[in-house]
Design a protein around this ligand. Structure first.
Ligand SMILES: Cc1cc2nc3c(=O)[nH]c(=O)nc-3n(C[C@H](O)[C@H](O)[C@H](O)COP(=O)(O)O)c2cc1C
Length: 357
């Protein structure tokens, strides 16, 4: 138990990370029913679809859960940059007899300047709402808090964490560079400090008064115990939950995660337009290689990226597939979600006892 688990009303300081495309209501509800905090992403959803997803989770659990929304700046289109990017990608589309989509359109919604989604979330009032890639407006934050929603926000630096604290957010998710998926960096044009989970968790726990959740490279109870020792009040695990039967990961993703390939993860912005960590494949090495021109604004390139993946998969090729994974992916276990949560709890207790001096 930590002050945060008490506040949230969950049994264990274990959060199944929101993973758009991999998490789903069944996984989230199973984790919440097991005593953790399950999460889903709603950034590919319209307000109506998000409302329906929240209702679906509520039908599966009466425990708290988290919904996650991107807060990136609305994309800035640039026809010349996009044309150059699509010309760069053409050889790989040619390989699979496909044509790149044009013009590029955003596959995702942001909560920034999105009153319809704020209104839907205020009405649905999920127990927890988490933000990634920045923060929505002060008005949106005030409305969501007034609806009784506990707000989380990712931070990849102490400076971002201080912004989160100043905005009145309840919980900071310290996302280290080890983390699978997209870096939650607020302003990518200012670069990525690349701080690891160990240093970042300690920095934010020591320098802010807001409860901290550690995320990135945590795969087992030993990792959770380490995060709690560093001052985190919970750990958020993404990659550890990909191999659960409840997740939406496809067979090729599961195979890759259980192969030696999972031992080599890397960051690339070539897939979506923002830096994200996944199992290194031809998308990282070739499309994102040294000949890549300026990448269009996030998430426009994802339109082309998803189309290339689909064209390759249609020909039985998974060399370009989006397989986000964190640096400790080699520790992922194929366990049902309930059993995984129970195993994590037992391991954490054992690790904490082993630490006693
Ligand atoms: C497949 C995958 C998808 C992800 N999608 C999201 C997302 O939609 N929103 C978000 O805030 N974080 C997302 N993340 C990042 C996680 O919230 C978390 O920071 C990360 O999983 C922690 O590192 P780990 O994977 O090493 O446990 C994703 C991570 C993975 C592995």
């Amino acid at each position: 138990m930590t002050a945060l688990t008490t506040r949230l009303g969950i049994a264990y300081p274990i959060i199944q990370a929101p993973m758009l495309g991999v998490s789903n209501p069944a996984l989230a509800a199973t984790v919440s029913n097991a005593g953790g905090l399950g999460s889903v992403g709603i950034s590919a959803s319209t307000p109506e679809q998000a409302t329906a997803m929240i209702a679906e989770i509520r039908a599966l659990t009466d425990k708290p859960f988290n919904v996650n929304m991107f807060c990136h700046r609305p994309e800035v289109a640039n026809a010349a940059t996009e044309a150059a990017w699509l010309a760069h990608m053409k050889p790989w589309f040619d390989e699979f007899g496909a044509t790149p989509p044009s013009p590029l359109a955003s596959p995702y919604y942001t909560l920034v300047d999105n009153d319809a989604m704020v209104d839907a979330l205020v009405a649905a009032a999920p127990p927890v709402l988490s933000f990634h890639f920045g923060l929505p407006s002060a008005d949106a934050i005030a409305a969501l808090k007034a609806a009784g929603i506990v707000l989380f926000a990712s931070a990849t630096t102490l400076a971002e964490a201080l912004q989160v604290e100043a905005a009145g957010i309840d919980v900071i998710v310290a996302q280290g560079t080890e983390a699978g998926g997209h870096r939650g960096v607020f302003d990518p044009e200012h670069g990525d400090a690349g701080i690891g989970t160990f240093a970042l968790t300690r920095l934010i726990a020591a320098k802010t008064a807001v409860p901290v959740v550690a995320a990135g490279g945590i795969m087992d109870g030993q990792g959770i115990a380490a995060a709690l020792t560093l001052g985190a009040q919970a750990a958020q695990l993404g990659t550890a939950f990909i191999l659960t039967p409840e997740s939406s990961a496809n067979a090729a993703y599961r195979d890759a995660l259980q192969s030696a390939r999972a031992l080599r993860t890397g960051l690339t912005a070539a897939i979506s337009g923002r830096s994200a960590r996944g199992i290194v494949n031809r998308f990282h090495l070739e499309v994102g290689g040294p000949t890549a021109p300026t990448i269009p604004d996030y998430p426009l390139p994802y339109h082309a990226g998803k189309a290339l993946v689909a064209a390759a998969v249609a020909k039985g090729n998974h060399d370009f597939s989006v397989q986000w994974a964190g640096q400790a992916a080699g520790l992922a276990r194929a366990l049902p979600a309930t059993e995984l949560v129970q195993t994590l709890v037992a391991e954490t207790r054992a690790a904490q006892q082993a630490q006693a001096i």
